[in-house]
Design a protein around this ligand. Structure first.
Ligand code: FE2
Length: 319
């Protein structure tokens, strides 16, 4: 049985205060204190989606994929072992920190710690976001998506597709290889970007109200490093911006992602760049950024667009 969704992530942090500020200002998530050296960010009915542990460095630590049950977890673990990857069972302390019934982990072909879990606890009491906010789009689609750099994109694709059971939604071949893999109706839970190095490119959270992207953008512009300006993606249709989180990778804050119908979708090549408009890639060097903006100009002139994906109760239909 394939994994259901990206359920949580973990990061290491030298400075928990930076995460309290980023989690509040930019992400608008509830900061849950978990003792002297740990804090968690809560965004929905679950107890947490981001676990921050104080260490000597700022870095991504792990990614948790949800399975349906103890049986499904065991099946996934079996597939990972059959593929020749070592499985380690969670310690009692790890289960306690993640608040899950069971967890086992392995290292993917690019060196990321991938955890498989089931039974994450609900939060204590009602969700209390730090400012007026329409909430996050999670549920069966999980916490969002992640995009990873991959030196060997084919080995990564084999792991995520053949072993974890994700399906190819679409892909890019030029100017570099990119694959978008889904675990549920969200267009992708995992993106793989062929690179000269391994690591995390970004993690995405999706909000229900468009205004919350703008509000977060205002706060991000004030104090945080922007990675990509406001823009709209050409494949998942998400309208978003990217800011660097204290762990050194980008977090995308978006709205309006399309859903994929498993019965009718066929994988396709994306030939017009990553964005319909915007998303000026400020993290790139000048030469690559100039090329990316040339691609964007061509995309804009082609007239590429897509209908807005608005959830129930978030719009008035007008003449
Ligand atoms: Fe993204």
């Amino acid at each position: 049985m394939p994994v259901l969704a990206l359920g949580y992530i973990g990061v290491e942090a030298r400075d928990l205060d930076a995460w309290r500020a980023f989690g509040t200002d930019v992400l608008a998530m509830q900061v849950v204190e978990r003792g002297a050296d740990t804090l968690a960010l809560r965004m929905d009915e679950r107890c947490q989606r981001v676990l921050v542990q104080c260490t000597e460095r700022d870095a991504p630590a792990f990614f948790g994929f949800e399975t349906a049950s103890a049986k499904a977890l065991q099946e996934t673990v079996g597939k990972i072992e059959a593929a020749g990857r070592k499985i380690t069972r969670a310690t009692e302390r790890e289960l306690l920190l993640r608040r899950v019934e069971d967890m086992a982990w392995c290292i993917d072909p690019a060196g990321n710690r991938i955890e498989l879990f089931h039974g994450q606890a609900a939060g204590n009491g009602p969700l209390t976001l730090p400012r007026p906010h329409g909430g996050f789009r999670t549920g069966r689609m999980g916490m969002g998506h992640m995009v990873l750099h991959a030196e060997d994109i084919d080995a990564m694709s084999a792991f995520y597709r053949d072993v974890l059971g994700l399906r190819l939604s679409d892909y890019m071949v030029k100017p570099y290889r990119l694959m978008f893999l889904r675990a549920n109706p969200r267009h992708h839970s995992v993106g793989l970007l062929e690179s000269k190095h391994n690591g995390v490119h970004h993690v995405m959270f999706e909000v229900l109200a468009l205004d919350d992207v703008g509000r977060a953008y205002d706060f991000a512009l004030e104090k945080w490093r922007i990675g990509q300006t406001l823009g709209r993606h050409s494949n998942d249709w998400v309208l978003s911006f990217y800011a660097f989180c204290p762990a050194g990778f980008m977090m995308e804050y978006g709205w309006g992602g399309r859903l994929i119908d498993e019965a009718t979708w066929t994988p396709r090549e994306v030939t017009h760049g990553g964005s319909m408009w915007g998303h000026d890639r400020l993290w790139m060097d000048e030469e690559r950024r100039r090329k990316a903006n040339e691609v964007r100009r061509t995309t804009i002139l082609s007239g590429l667009g897509a209908p807005l994906q608005i959830t129930r109760g978030q719009f008035n239909e007008v003449e």
